[in-house]
Ligand binder design. Structure first.
Ligand SMILES: [Zn+2]
Length: 140
């Protein structure tokens, strides 16, 4: 891949990373603030509803944080690949991944063909297992 494209994707990935990190930090400090508020008014019945609401938000926030951690790992991997000079190369066939695909998904690790093949294989796997089972052939 050309140097200018690599720098462009590095910028996109770094921006995305900062965006996620900013969001995560903001969310954390807001949750902290809300917790203090709910602690302060915890004796009032009407606030129990708010506390319940806040707890469910926190639960949702946890799974969101897991997603964020996954996404951050993908971005870091892509950034490491830019440094190693292997960014934009398919992990399966070693051919370059199209720029159009990387623009849509800068963390893509496989080209469209290999991605499709992998998806088809995982779909076929279950039916193949059934097809391979031919007990009548072994009966002599
Ligand atoms: Zn490929």
């Amino acid at each position: 891949m050309e140097r200018e494209h690599l720098e462009m994707f590095r910028e996109i990935l770094l921006k995305e990373k900062n965006k996620i990190l900013n969001k995560a930090t903001k969310k954390r400090s807001r949750n902290k603030g809300m917790k203090q508020v709910t602690e302060l008014f915890s004796e009032r019945t009407s606030d129990l509803i708010d506390i319940a609401r806040e707890v469910s938000t926190l639960e949702m926030g946890l799974s969101l944080e897991e997603y964020v951690a996954d996404h951050l790992a993908e971005i870091d991997e892509a950034l490491a690949k830019i440094d190693r000079g292997t960014y934009g190369i398919c992990e399966e066939c070693g051919k370059p991944i199209s720029l159009e695909r990387l623009e849509i998904l800068p963390t893509a690790t496989k080209c469209v063909e290999c991605k499709k093949k992998a998806e088809q294989q995982s779909m076929k796997r279950s039916s193949k297992e059934v097809m391979f089972f031919h007990p009548e052939e072994d009966a002599e």
